[in-house]
Every structure is written in C-alpha cells, then in structure tokens.
Write a protein that binds this ligand. Structure first.
Ligand SMILES: [Zn+2]
Length: 317
C-alpha cells in the first residue's frame, strides 16, 4: 500500500477521513482533501497489487459486454453519447479514446467518418479492438507519440477515476490536442444523493478500482488546472444512473455485492455463477419492481443536479 496525494493541490495538502469501504477481505479508506474537496483512495494498493483487483471479466469476457437485450439498449445509449461528442464539430476529425475497451465508441465515431485511436490496458480487450481494425495501444500514450495538435477530441469515459496519475496523463496528452479541441469526461459524482444515501454500498464507489471520486466542482478545478475550460456538464446519464440506483438498493438489501451486475455481464465465468437459483429469482423480481422507481429517481436527480454520474465537455484554451 502507498499513500496518495491530492492531484489538484499536490504533496503537503492535508486530507481528512471520508469513507471506509470493504472489497472482499480488504478494507479501504477514502479521504477528502481539506483544500479543494477532492475525494481519493489513500492509502492505495501499489500498481502491481492493483492488477489483482481487475479480473478479465471486469470488462466483459467476450465480444458482447452484456446479455443480448441489454446490449441493444447499451448500443443505443452509446450512440447518443457519440452524437453528443460530435456536436462540437462541423465535420469529422481525429479522436483519442483513453481506456477504449473493445473499441465500441471508436467504432461508432469511425462510422461517421472520424479517425479513431485508443489506449487500453487490458490485453484481451485491446487485441479485440485491434482485430476490428482500430489503432489501439495496449499501454499508455507516450510523450511525443503523436505530433502536436494531432487530435480534435480526447475522451475519458469512466476512466479518469481509475488512473493512478491523472494529472500526469492530462499533462502528457494536452499538447497532442489542438487548441479549441474538446476533452470529454464521464465519472461518478461523489456529491450525488446516490453516493450520500448508500455510502459504502454505493455501486459507483467500486473500491479500490476507483482511486478518485470527483464532484462537478472538483472535476472543474482539476481540468482548469490543466488549461481546460468547462463547456457543459450533464447530470442525466441514462447509461449509468438508473442502474446505479438499482444495484445500490440490492447491495443494501443484502444481496452479494454487485451480484446483479455480475449476472448481467456476459462471460463464461458468470454463466457458471455459483449464485443460488432461488436467490437469482428473488433478485430479478425485486429488480423488476424497483426499476420504475430507479428511472424516476434518476430523472429527478438530474433536475436537481445531483446525478450519480456526470458527463462533462471541456475546451482546450
Ligand atoms: Zn486538493
């Protein structure tokens, strides 16, 4: 384990205990920076140790991430997200998707004439993305790997909170983005009501994989420190927020942590789930009953600017 420091205020800033959360047999602590309010995991597992918390099925073991019907819905919502990213551009350009997974977002952009580039640390996901003809680096982008002003758009879809050194990554990528280029970020919102109500049971907490828990305020401060100005920030994230309510309710009701998520994901290990059939039935019935409430809550939280996850677009100045 290693101590972490606030990536906005740097070493020397003080932090107070915020929340403790269990993952398997381990207990993890999140602290809150006294100066800027950013919440982060500290102490945190060393880089090599952290790999043990990402199994290959974490990002879906096969081509599809979820079982069939849900995958159709997921693609529709991802298509809408790609359209939101393109609205800043009169014509197509070059996009870098950091943590691109199997390349679904890049595929959607390429269909509209964009040239897609990605990075992905999971070797299996990276090789699948490469098989579909995408340019994907199975490691991080290095300094000067692309010429200055190369990209028009850089996206971090639920990725920033996983990076060990998010400030270093932004600093390295910034010269490769042209002036007036856009950075898109989606990330859990630690100031959401979902986070406050469920605490350690909150689905989007995902300790210890989520090293940083942003809020609209701390995300804006973090990006501003690197010369990116906020354009829009949305609390209506239908890809994430209703499911966050549902899984958090189930976690609180005592079902094994994030077990619905595991069952819905497609993968050989998940199909052989040791989860008893009777419990699966109870969980699906409860989920069906809760779903309308979860959709309603997500809409209401969006109106009150308390979405469980947020999506923001920044411009490079
Ligand atoms: Zn700070």
């Amino acid at each position: 384990m290693e101590e972490a420091t606030c990536p906005i205020c740097g070493p020397g800033s003080r932090a107070k205990n915020f929340l403790r959360a269990r993952s398997g047999a381990s207990l993890f602590s999140y602290v809150r920076c006294s100066a800027c309010g950013l919440v982060f995991l500290s102490p945190r597992p060393e880089a090599a140790e952290m790999l043990g918390f990402y199994d290959e099925d974490y990002y879906g073991g096969e081509d599809r991430k979820f079982r069939f019907g849900l995958e159709v819905l997921r693609r529709l919502l991802a298509g809408a997200r790609a359209r939101r990213a393109r609205r800043y551009f009169p014509s197509s350009g070059k996009v870098l998707d950091v943590g691109c997974g199997q390349g679904a977002f890049l595929g959607l952009m390429q269909e509209k004439g964009w040239k897609g580039y990605g990075t992905e640390l999971s070797p299996r996901s990276a090789s699948r993305a490469i098989q579909t003809g995408l340019w994907v680096s199975a490691g991080e982008i290095q300094e000067n790997q692309f010429s200055p002003d190369f990209f028009d758009l850089i996206t971090f879809w639920h990725v920033l909170e996983h990076l060990r050194e998010p400030a270093a990554v932004l600093k390295r990528l910034r010269p490769m983005l042209r002036r007036g280029g856009i950075v898109a970020v989606s990330t859990p919102n630690v100031e959401s009501w979902q986070a406050r109500i469920f605490g350690a049971d909150w689905f989007h907490l995902d300790a210890p994989r989520h090293l940083f828990l942003f809020s609209p305020g701390t995300l804006e401060k973090f990006m501003a420190a690197h010369g990116f100005r906020l354009l829009t920030l949305s609390h209506f994230c239908w890809e994430q927020n209703p499911y966050g309510w549902l899984q958090s309710f189930l976690n609180r009701a005592g079902f094994r942590s994030n077990s619905l998520y595991t069952l819905l994901k497609d993968g050989p290990r998940n199909r052989k789930s040791s989860f008893p059939l009777g419990d699966q039935g109870k969980m699906f019935l409860l989920s069906a009953a809760l779903l309308p409430l979860c959709l309603l809550l997500s809409g209401v939280m969006g109106i009150f600017h308390r979405g469980a996850t947020i999506e923001a677009f920044f411009v490079k100045e």
